[in-house]
Every structure is written in structure tokens, then in C-alpha cells.
Write a protein that binds this ligand. Structure first.
Ligand SMILES: Nc1ncnc2c1ncn2[C@@H]1O[C@H](COP(=O)(O)OP(=O)(O)OP(=O)(O)O)[C@@H](O)[C@H]1O
Ligand SMILES: [Mg+2]
Length: 368
């Protein structure tokens, strides 16, 4: 069990600052997912926590003890690497048992623990195989088992499911989550798969360019993204973001999109009041709306504006539809086959309760 606290971490490789003043507070038993695009500094952050990378400044505390000067072996942290490595001359069983043997654990206890973790990760059937006789997915699970088996203070996992197929990932997501609840190891889990992040994390920490953009519960980050980056990084298909102008007109709020100034959505007056209270800048305002919050009708409907279907992507349970409104394109998700063909005219509106507004210069959400 452990808390992990990162304070003002800076890490440079030569002139390149890859971690910039990172602050992260991870509670005991918490499962935090580090999410961000390739190269944003996820692996470097994990390696710094584990002691595999020296930081340039800042403090790393585990259970309140500063550890940045301690070598990796004294931090009692298990690490599942992005590029995992097994001992090639040892079977799956012996690979998993290795850290327990090294710690002098009794033989029957080792057997029981290996069996338990192997069953969770579904590698019972290959437990006697050598790495040369394993698939990539098997090897990855053996590597995960080896880290999980020894009940470390904290677990760091760097894209542990990167090479597994979609079905197995989905199964293991659930298993891993259960295992985490049982063992209670504080976990930092790196992924760039946002479905994994949403479904596994107690919290998601979104990074970009070495900077922590936002941390919060999955639902908070999804429903209230702090800025344009988070808004468009989380959620698939991505959130629509359209330049707009906004004014209060009697009892209503008008949000006008596009160059033509004819495409105008109408909302309650409260929207304008909230924007005004945030002192919004008319010249750099964009409205954000998730595709599932774009409402689509096939008939002219009061308060809706006309759009033309540009593309239909049938995904099975639902369709993703690109809609042209003037010069803008908005994506909506609809019931499958609700929209019939490209070129079709439809009428759209935006769900007032799910509107986001951003300042396009700062990129920050206005928090409405
Ligand atoms: N040993 C190193 N020497 C120099 N630059 C490095 C080193 N390790 C990482 N970097 C650079 O630091 C930045 C962050 O790398 P990092 O591996 O932490 O990214 P990441 O978020 O894990 O990416 P990915 O999702 O591709 O694994 C990158 O620009 C990378 O090129
Ligand atoms: Mg990485």
C-alpha cells in the first residue's frame, strides 16, 4: 500500500524538457491512468517514479517519504514495461515465480500465488511453456503476472496490453480491475487507449507535451474537459468544435456558426448569462459538442437548422454521420440507418445541457 506524490517534476533529455513541472497526487489503492499521445512523457514519468530515470528537479514521495535519491531497488515498486522482457531460459511458471524466489518465499506459497495470478491472466495452459513457444500476447501476460505476483507497494504499468487483440484486452480490462481491487496496490497505468482509460481508471490524468492537462474521474474528464486538447483527446469520435458567436436576445441565447451568419441555434437565456459571467471573448469563441449530443431529425423541426449529409459511417450499433452546415462539418452519432443516404437533407440541434464553450486563443474551457 502506498501513496505517490509527484511535486514539480522536471525532466530533461539534453536541451529537451520532456516533463514540465508535473504535479500528481495519487492516493493509497488508487488506480490512476496516465493518458496522452505518443511522446508526451508517459513512460518517462513512470520511469521517474520507479527510479529508472533521474529527475532534474522536483520531489517524488512514496508514503510520504522522499525517494528521488533512492535507487530503484529500494523503492519496492513493480514495473511492467512497454517492451516487456522475459527470462528466455525460464518457463512461464519460473518467470512469474522469479521475484518470489528472490525474496525467499516458501515453495508451496510460491506455487499457490503463481497459480492464482496465472488463472486471472488466463495463462494456466501455458504455464510450462518457454518464452520461445509463446505468442506475443502470452509473453505480455506472463510479464504482467510476474509484476503482480509479489504484492508491491505500487504497480506501474506501461501499456501492458499494447500487443494484445481487442477481445483479449476487453476481457483482461475487467480481470485486472478486479485484481487491483483485491490486492489494492496503488497503480499507475499508462495507455493511449481511451476506452481502457475510461473503463479502468479511478482517475485519468491526461498529459500532452510533458504537461498535465487535467486529472479527474473518468466521467468528470469526459463531461467537463478543461481545455480543447482534453476535449478532443477523450471521446470517440472526437468532440465537434466550431467557431461561433453568441448573443443574448430577449429570452433566448443565439449561437451563430459559420461565415454566412445564417446558421443559428437557439438556447435558453441562461447560456448567455453564464457566458457573460465568464467574460467571454466574442472574437475567440468556439462551441464544443460531442457527436452523441447532436440531435438529428429527418423532418423540418422547430428550432432545428438545416444540414446536408456528407458521409455515413456505419459502425454496427450506431452510425457516425458527417453533416455539412454552411462551411462547417459536424459529426453526429445516430441510430443505425436512421440517416439513409449521402446528400440527404436533415435538421439538427445541439443538446443544451451538453454544450461546451472554449476560448480558441487560450484553448481553455469557459467551464459552462
Ligand atoms: N533516453 C532518452 N533520450 C532522449 N530523449 C528521450 C529519451 N527517452 C525519451 N525521450 C524523449 O522524451 C519524450 C517523451 O518520451 P516518452 O517515452 O516518455 O513518451 P511516451 O508518452 O511514453 O510515448 P509513447 O506513447 O510513444 O510510448 C519523447 O520526445 C522522447 O523522444
Ligand atoms: Mg511510452
Amino acid at each position: 500500500m502506498a501513496t505517490i506524490r509527484l511535486s514539480n517534476i522536471v525532466k530533461r533529455f539534453g536541451p529537451l524538457e520532456v516533463i514540465k513541472q508535473l504535479n500528481l497526487d495519487i492516493k493509497d489503492r488508487e488506480f490512476v491512468v496516465l493518458l496522452g499521445p505518443s511522446g508526451c512523457g508517459k513512460t518517462t514519468t513512470l520511469r521517474a517514479i520507479a527510479g529508472l530515470e533521474e529527475i532534474d528537479s522536483g520531489e517524488i514521495a512514496i508514503d510520504g517519504q522522499e525517494v528521488q535519491a533512492l535507487p530503484a531497488r529500494d523503492r519496492d515498486i513493480a514495473f511492467v514495461f512497454q517492451l516487456f522482457a522475459l527470462y528466455p531460459h525460464l518457463s512461464a511458471f519460473d518467470n512469474i515465480a522469479f521475484p518470489l524466489k528472490a525474496a525467499g518465499v516458501a515453495k508451496n506459497e510460491i506455487a499457490a500465488k503463481v497459480k492464482e495470478v496465472a488463472s486471472v491472466l488466463r495463462i494456466g495452459s501455458i504455464i510450462d511453456h518457454m518464452p520461445s513457444a509463446m505468442s506475443g500476447g502470452d509473453m505480455q501476460r506472463v510479464a504482467m503476472a510476474r509484476a503482480l505476483v509479489r504484492d508491491p507497494k505500487a504497480m506501474l504499468m506501461d501499456e501492458p496490453m499494447g500487443s494484445l487483440d481487442a477481445k483479449l484486452r476487453e476481457e483482461l480490462r475487467t480481470e485486472l480491475k478486479h485484481l487491483h481491487i483485491e490486492t489494492g496496490s496503488t497503480t499507475v497505468y499508462v495507455t493511449h487507449d481511451q476506452v481502457e482509460a475510461m473503463s479502468m481508471g479511478d482517475k485519468i490524468a491526461v498529459m500532452d507535451l510533458g504537461i498535465l492537462q487535467q486529472i479527474g474521474k473518468p466521467k468528470e474528464v469526459y463531461d467537463n474537459p478543461a481545455n480543447v486538447f482534453v476535449a478532443q483527446f477523450i471521446g470517440s469520435p472526437v468532440m465537434n468544435l466550431v467557431d461561433c458567436q453568441c448573443d443574448g436576445n430577449g429570452d433566448v441565447t443565439h449561437v451563430v456558426i459559420g461565415e454566412r451568419h445564417v446558421d443559428r441555434f437557439e438556447f435558453s437565456k441562461a447560456i448567455y448569462e453564464k457566458l457573460k459571467a465568464k467574460d467571454f471573448n466574442q472574437k475567440s469563441l468556439a462551441v464544443g459538442i460531442r457527436p452523441e449530443a447532436v440531435l438529428v431529425e429527418r423532418q423540418p423541426t422547430n428550432g432545428y437548422i438545416k444540414a446536408e449529409v456528407d458521409d455515413i459511417e456505419p459502425l454496427g450499433p450506431y452510425d457516425i454521420v458527417d453533416l455539412k452546415v454552411g462551411d462547417d462539418v459536424m459529426r453526429a452519432s445516430t441510430r443505425s440507418r436512421y440517416v439513409e443516404r449521402e446528400g440527404q437533407e436533415v435538421w439538427i440541434h445541439l443538446d443544451e445541457n451538453r454544450l461546451h464553450f472554449f476560448d480558441t486563443v487560450s484553448g481553455e474551457s469557459l467551464g459552462i
